[in-house]
Ligand binder design. Structure first.
Ligand code: PLP
Length: 404
């Protein structure tokens, strides 16, 4: 029997939740265009900056010093303290009367692992989780892998066609509730739309979760990539109480240009510590010490890097949005945060077809909006965390393509 003939039979024996995992619509376009000469890739959610040397050096020094052994499940004390200090500096207090002590922070293998642990704690087989969409597809992926059911709650794009605003309407969340609902996912600033919840919206979402006994998984990884009149986006930390059931997903990937290192953190009430340490033990058994040393150095000394990236993201956003508005066909909300433009064009209704055509006819790689939920149909996501010269060229190519 050939390998191919055996594959379907083997798959029949794989757990249904694994078979139910959705294929990524982003990967399809990526595979289609990956080797195109001269293509400018904006499809993946990462910047183009390599990790700065001062961060890499800390990892090299750790390895050279022989730090090659198993370590703390929750993370090395040095890193947990560094995260606590960073959070205190930028967020003040986790809630009135509270304190950002190291015991609130747990090192994970990227934000993705923090999300997986948050899901394990809050939802399993038969449970439903409200996911406002358009949303990063990995929320649904992590939920399905755990046997839980993601429930898409489409956000509303309101206002003018080319400078609207996305909104989560609480009445839509109410309508999606069932006796099985356990969790609400809130990703602000959002990947893919750049939507940023106001403080009032966060209060409203928290009130909804309290009223219905839900957990909140708060993904605030883009909190520093904020273009409002403050150095960071509003956070659930600004509105929550000590007894609120909020778990925060965080990562070193974006702020400190460390996507490939795979390190992030979960922030949770300290009484969950033993449960989280068990979940780390039985999944990854910890994050390499050298990686944690690098992360500690990054978070203590990386403010210049963050500022430079955020300034560049703002320049690129303004440049791209202005050029595309000039076509008279743009449909989008100007992103207040993160580093994505989620946009459509009058006369174009199929995201996948648009993404494939942009590869072939404009030399640009974008993510199809339909990969982020049904409400994303007709849109594409452009990641503009790149050299401004590239973004300028992208604006030129799309404008020329639309004018053909
Ligand atoms: N959350 C959101 C909204 C993201 O966009 C990403 C990455 O793109 C992550 C979490 C996780 O990042 P990582 O696993 O690279 O740390």
């Amino acid at each position: 029997m050939t390998h191919d003939a055996a594959a379907p039979a083997l798959l029949d024996h794989v757990r249904p939740e694994v078979r139910a995992l959705p294929l990524s619509g982003i990967v399809e376009v990526f595979d289609y265009g990956r080797n195109r000469q001269g293509l400018i890739p904006l499809w993946v959610g990462e910047g183009d900056l390599p990790t700065p040397a001062f961060i890499c050096d800390a990892a090299a020094a750790s390895l050279a010093a022989g730090e090659t052994f198993y370590t703390y499940q929750a993370g090395i004390p040095e890193l947990r303290s560094a995260i606590a200090d960073y959070m205190a500096e930028h967020y003040g207090r986790p809630f009135p009367g509270g304190r950002f002590g190291p015991e609130r922070f747990f090192a994970t293998v990227g934000g993705m692992h923090a999300l997986q642990i948050a899901v394990r704690i809050t939802a399993g087989t038969g449970d439903e989780v409200l996911v406002p969409t358009p949303a990063w597809p990995n929320f649904a992926g992590a939920l399905v892998a755990a046997g839980a059911a993601p429930v898409e709650c489409p956000m509303r794009l309101e206002g003018e066609a080319d400078h609207g605003r996305w909104r989560i309407a609480v009445e839509d969340l109410e309508r999606a509730l069932t006796p099985r609902t356990r969790v609400l996912v809130v990703n602000s600033p959002s990947n893919p739309t750049g939507w940023v919840a106001t403080r009032e919206e966060l209060e409203e979402l928290l009130g909804f979760a309290r009223a219905h006994g839900l957990w909140i998984i708060a993904d605030e990884i883009y909190g520093r990539f904020f273009h409002g009149d403050a150095p960071r986006a509003p956070s659930f930390h600004d509105v929550m109480r000590a007894d609120d059931r909020v778990l925060f997903v965080q990562t070193f990937s974006k702020n400190w240009a460390m996507t490939g290192w795979r390190i992030g953190w979960l922030e949770a009430p300290p009484e969950l510590g033993p449960a989280i340490e068990n979940l780390v033990q039985y999944s990854t058994s910890g994050v390499p010490v050298a990686t944690q040393r690098a992360a500690a150095v990054a978070i203590r000394g990386g403010e210049g890097l963050i500022r430079a990236q955020v300034d560049r993201a703002r320049t690129n956003r303004d440049l791209l949005a202005a050029a595309l508005r000039g076509t008279g066909r743009l449909r989008c909300a100007l992103p207040d945060g993160a580093f994505y433009l989620f946009c459509g064009f009058d006369g174009v209704s199929d995201s996948r077809a648009l993404a494939l055509r942009l590869v072939d006819e404009a030399g640009i790689g974008v993510a199809p909006g339909s990969a982020f939920g049904a409400v994303g149909q007709g849109f594409v996501r452009l990641c503009y965390a790149r050299r401004t010269a590239d973004v300028d060229e992208v604006a030129r190519r799309i404008t020329a393509w639309l004018a053909r």
